[in-house]
Design a protein around this ligand. Sequence first.
Ligand SMILES: Nc1ncnc2c1ncn2[C@@H]1O[C@H](COP(=O)(O)OP(=O)(O)OP(=O)(O)O)[C@@H](O)[C@H]1O
Length: 524
Amino acid sequence: MVRQCVLRCLLDSHAPISLPHKVETVVGRSKITKIKDQACSRNQLSLTADCELCLVEIKQLGINPSGLDGFALKKDSAYNIKHGSKVEILLNQYFHVVEFDPPPDDSEERRTSLKRKLNDSQDSDSKKKLPKTELVNMSVQECSENKWEDIENGEVYIYTAKGVRSSPKIAAFDMDGTLIKTKSGKVHPVDTNDWQILFPCVSQKVAEKHSDGFKIVLLSNQSPIGSGRVKIEEFKKKIEGVVAKLNIPAQVYIATGKGFYRKPSTGMWNVLAELKNDDLPIDMDKSFYVGDAAGRAANWAPGKKKDHSMADILLTKNLGLTFYTPEQFFLGHSITNVPMTLPEFNPRDVKSTPFNERLLSSEQELLVLVGYPGSGKSFIAKQIEEKSRHKYVTVCRDILGSWQKCSAEAIKLLQQGKSVIVDSTNPDLESRGRWTSLAKEKGLQCRCAKMATSKAHAQHNNKFREIMKIKHGIVNDIVFNTYKSKFVEPTVKEGFKEVLEVKFNPDFEDEQAEKLYKMYLLEK
Ligand SMILES: Nc1ncnc2c1ncn2[C@@H]1O[C@H](COP(=O)(O)OP(=O)(O)OP(=O)(O)O)[C@@H](O)[C@H]1O
């Protein structure tokens, strides 16, 4: 059989480049490699394969250094490289691998020896080989068999493979897009068999951490299980398959719902820290997390789309844990050079502002609230009721069901001499006009209180409400976008005596609630 040789992009940014037998191929900045970086010459690297000897002669032609297995090449010097060598078209960037097909025999040998090494690290006398610091934890037992557990009626499933041992050092990984990718090439797997290991070096790198005494943990969001689209029994087989393929004892956490256990909320990590680490405190400085939902902008590598979410990096911000992308951890990409954007709203920045006393008027009135769902209207309405000793009473569309019912209730209350707070979103002239007209008809003043809460902040509140299981219908993104598109800034010209702005003033039931509120809860 004739042996072929290719230069394969480890990020699949482009199709493999064929390296024909004894023909020089020059690669660099081009449409083929999708590299646009001016630092990379058009003629950056010369590669000549010898398919009989299974060697590739590589020479850097460009001015800036290229890399080979993490080392800089010297310009114009020739190196002979083998099957599996990692070529960086520019040092630390644009990772490729040289592959012969069929592979040479010695690479088979290398693979077998790696497998042997992994098996060795799991056998019973592996304790002897552990570094000194790990001996402290010898009282912690290895898990003796593969087992499944679940928490809160399947909100989280936990798989612990035989051989897992608790440790103060946690090496945590996201699963999809970090350890595995789809076989189908689709973003989401078409079924539970649609997976393959992401990079050839994944098992080896994870195994290195395992032999360094880290507990290997996978944290995966899998809401299709919660929604019933994926059957948990089938999914369990996938998890067992992935862990078996990695060939390393690992503990896997699967969040099936949309609440506290779903990343970026820290629920799964809390279960690990509080229940599943044999009371060993986790050393947050030594532990780390690898995930692909990192908020990277489009083209973070040639042809790469923007990350679908920030759930992984935000989880680590919530926990104060070191974060790596899969490319940084597995392929050695530079740690600093990735353009990432964090969300515009950081819940830690929410500051206290005193209650605006001007919200209370000595005159009977209609006070029309304006704001996104979740902007805190009901919260402020309750405060006004209490501070006014119930001279103000709220009519709330969420409770009464329609503006007509709110209007009928408001008329009754006004007749009783009460002031009325209108608690609905009221984004536009039409919705607010109903109330200014009613006030005019009754000869009363009408004022507007506009919530200063931004869309992102309101969405955060909405998620907080969902996680805290505060009774309220689910508000989806469409509702927020509709509000935004309908919104017209309220002014006195509409018939308001005054338009006040209400700054969000955080006030929590207890410390736990405050701690949760100050976390990133949204995935983007
Ligand atoms: N001042 C506050 N301090 C702390 N948490 C708050 C505050 N205001 C609101 N929240 C939280 O945000 C969530 C949403 O607030 P609230 O229900 O008042 O908003 P809303 O504008 O009335 O929403 P909707 O229009 O969807 O009913 C609340 O359930 C609460 O958890």
